[in-house]
Write a protein that binds this ligand. Structure first.
Ligand code: GLY
Ligand code: MN
Ligand code: MN
Length: 464
């Protein structure tokens, strides 16, 4: 945990942002895999971690805005629990680590919430995402479970986004520490990228490196020679000569801060001439986007800059044509990069997405587009010092999308479909770094994972 002052201060700031009522924050519980006592790896709720830091099951908390009081609800472990789980700290001890004096049995949560409702006090909660907590909220509020999400508090959600968007020095230190593990994960994958190695084997090693380095993976590993499928979780291919291996993987720190990087490695150790050309385009987009990342700049504009770099490169290769600005304004480049440049990262790999990604990434000034490609951009608003974000341009040749657009004669003034036929087996390239927005501009978190053609070719397939 961070210092208890960290949590006390966060709750104090939250109280200043909420007018009145109770803030109800539910922790997560174990979720069964196949029978009740055989559970998935426990992951505490990120909002609970942010305000309380206690990484355990069976907890809920109330921040009483009107009475300036914080209450932790949960039950002390019994002797039976101790037999199976070993010695445990008391509720009072846990609460003290978070700077809370008052604890109550979990069963008291229901009466506390009912009393508040009967007095017409507001009960604020953020949109729940787990079935068990939706059911619990339905019971506590005495409403149908389908009504729960509608009653979540926009006031609380916006306040949480305001606080969590700007990372504190202790959070940046925690993230930066985990970058060593991220570096090891990706350089290991690059070294393992040799013909005859199954994707599954590399995926397993990556999960192990993450776990050895402090925590579980921050999202399911993408490790595929079919990198054109953006979130490819199939690991059944064998690496072969000429393939490009795309690895998008991240690790959670002990306090559950995420890393998220992508590298693309030639399986034979050297890029072919065509692979190198496309790779350089993506690298140029990554570098130019980072150079443009600074406070006051809307990330949507940085995204569009990266798209222009990609369009310009593809035009040079004869795959696109026409005016670059017009092509990007029309969204023609999205055939090659259908996703956004990046997202916030922190306690969640897509930080705060349980709240609503549009609320996190957009505001009154920068509204979310509905255009294919740009609509997938999760962060569009102006950047501020203390934001931690990803920079992840890519170029993909997705046969089904190419065929779909070609059949519809889409953007024929910008796309050379004839030449594109040769690229249908190419795959995809994505290059992703994690950035901290500083007062002056931004910097890459951690040591940069090998990324230039020379660096990648030097490490590719060298073995571990
Ligand atoms: N790992 C998913 C992403 O890069 O956003
Ligand atoms: Mn990623
Ligand atoms: Mn990402």
């Amino acid at each position: 945990m961070f210092s208890k002052e960290t949590y006390v201060n966060r709750r104090k700031q939250l109280k200043n942002k909420i007018n009145s009522g109770l803030v109800l924050i539910l922790g997560n519980n174990d979720s069964p895999m196949n029978y009740k006592s055989n559970t998935y790896h426990f992951r505490q709720d990120s909002t609970f971690l942010y305000f309380f830091g206690i990484d355990l099951q069976g907890l809920a908390a109330i921040i009483d805005i009107d009475n300036n009081e914080d209450i932790l609800f949960g039950d002390d472990y019994t002797i039976d629990d101790t037999i199976w789980m070993g010695p445990q700290t008391s509720m009072q001890e846990k609460a003290a680590l978070s700077g809370i004096n008052r604890t109550e049995p979990f069963a008291k949560l229901s009466t506390t919430v009912s009393e508040a409702i009967s007095k017409k006090r507001l009960v604020h909660f953020t949109p729940p995402y787990r079935g068990e907590n939706i059911m619990l909220l339905a019971d506590l509020l005495n409403i149908h479970h389908r009504e729960v999400e509608k009653q979540s508090s926009l006031e609380l959600t916006k306040a949480c986004i305001d606080l969590r968007s700007i990372k504190e020095p202790c959070e940046i230190e925690e993230m930066e520490r985990q970058m060593t593990t991220a570096y090891k994960m990706h350089t290991t994958a690059m070294k393992m990228a040799r013909p005859g190695i199954p994707e599954q084997e590399i995926t397993g090693v990556l999960e192990g490196v993450s776990m050895s380095g402090g925590g579980m993976i921050s999202f399911p590993v993408i490790c595929s020679v079919r990198g054109e499928t953006l979130h490819n979780h199939y690991h059944g291919n064998m690496l072969k000569k000429g393939d490009l291996l795309l690895v998008d993987a991240g690790s959670e720190s002990q306090l559950h801060y995420a890393t998220d990087h992508t590298r693309t490695t030639p399986v034979t150790g050297k890029f072919s001439e065509t692979q190198r050309k496309v790779y350089q385009i993506v690298l140029e987009a990554n570098d130019r986007a980072r150079e443009a990342t600074k406070p006051g700049v809307a990330y949507r504009d940085v995204h569009l800059l990266a798209c222009k770099v990609i369009t310009s490169g593809l035009k040079e290769m004869g795959l696109m044509k026409g005016n670059i600005d017009e092509a990007v304004a029309a969204g023609a480049h999205a055939l090659f990069m259908p996703h956004g440049l990046g997202h916030m990262i922190g306690l969640d790999v897509h930080d705060m997405e349980d709240y609503d990604d549009t609320l996190v990434g957009y505001d009154e000034e920068v509204e979310r587009s509905t255009q294919f490609g740009l609509a997938a951009l999760r962060l569009g608003r102006r950047l501020q010092p203390g934001f931690t974000i990803t920079n992840e341009p890519g170029v993909y040749f997705i046969p089904a999308l190419i065929d779909n657009w070609k059949a519809a004669n889409k953007f024929t003034e910008f796309i050379n479909y004839e030449k594109l036929e040769e690229f249908k087996g190419f795959g995809g390239i994505r290059l992703e770094d994690d950035l901290l927005v500083t007062e002056e501009g931004c910097r890459i978190l951690g040591k940069r994972i090998p990324i230039t053609v020379e660096e990648v070719e030097q490490i590719a397939g060298t073995g571990v």
